[in-house]
Design a protein around this ligand. Sequence first.
Ligand SMILES: Nc1ncnc2c1ncn2[C@@H]1O[C@H](COP(=O)(O)OP(=O)(O)OP(=O)(O)O)[C@@H](O)[C@H]1O
Ligand SMILES: [Mg+2]
Length: 251
Amino acid sequence: MAELRFSSVSVRYGPQTVVRDVSIAVASGGVLGLVGESGSGKSSLARAAVGLASLAQGRISVDGAALATGRGRSRAVQMIFQDPFASLDPRMSIGATIAEALPASGRRPRSGRAAEVARLLDLVGLDPARAGSRPGQLSGGQRQRVAIARALAARPAFIIADEITSALDVSVQGAILNLIKNLRTELGLGLLFISHNISVVRYVSDTIAVMWEGALVETGPAERVLASPQHAYTRELLATARDSALTMEGS
Ligand SMILES: Nc1ncnc2c1ncn2[C@@H]1O[C@H](COP(=O)(O)OP(=O)(O)OP(=O)(O)O)[C@@H](O)[C@H]1O
Ligand SMILES: [Mg+2]
C-alpha cells in the first residue's frame, strides 16, 4: 500500500517558521483531515509536498522515496486549491486544460486523449460534451470539478485538497465533498484533506490531524479525536463548531 509521509517537516518564510517539525502520513485509500485555524500553516505544509514551498527541514516521501520538487516534480501528488477560478486558465477550454495534465505518452493519438478527457469529465460528474467550454461559462462547483479532473489526469496516488469547498456556495459544497469521498473509494487514492472547518473535515476523514501555530497538536482516528479530544485547542475547535451548528439550527 502506498504512503505519503511528511517526516519532521518545517517550512520557513524568511526568518519566520510557519510549520514546525510536523510528521504525518496518508495511506492510499485513506483520508487524513488536517484542521486548524487560519494561519496555522496547513497550506504551507501542503505546498511543500508539491514544490510550491521549500523545506527548511525534514522530508516528504512516497513509499520511502523523497519527492522530487521543481521541474522534474513527481506526478504522484497533485493538489487542488480553494479557488478554481484562479487555478484554471480562463482562455483555455476545460478539455484542453485537462488534456494538458495527462501524462505525456509517446504517441498517444489525439482521439485517445479526447477519450481520456471525456472519461475524466464523466468521472467528476460533468457532461463530456462540455469539453469545449471555458471556465467562465461554468458555475463555481463545476469549475471545482474541472480542477479535480485535472488533478486526476496526472494519475496521482495522492491528492491534497486545500479548502476546496471554502469558496463555493453552501448549496454545492456537499456535492463536491461527496465527489471527493467517492473518488477516494473508487480509485483507491490517498487524500490529504485540509480545512479550517472541523465539521467539513469530520465528514470526509478517517484520521484527523490538528495544527496550531505551525505545530501538530493532535492526531488520531477521527472517532477518537471527535469523541475525546486530548488537546485544549481541539476541544475549542469542536465547541466552536457545535455553537455554529446550533446558531444555524436556530436561524
Ligand atoms: N508566501 C508567503 N510568504 C510569507 N509568509 C507566508 C507566505 N504564505 C503564508 N505565509 C504565512 O505563513 C503562515 C501560515 O500560513 P498558511 O497559509 O500556511 O496557513 P493556513 O493554515 O493555510 O491558513 P488558512 O486557513 O487561512 O488557509 C501565516 O502566518 C501566513 O501569513
Ligand atoms: Mg490555507
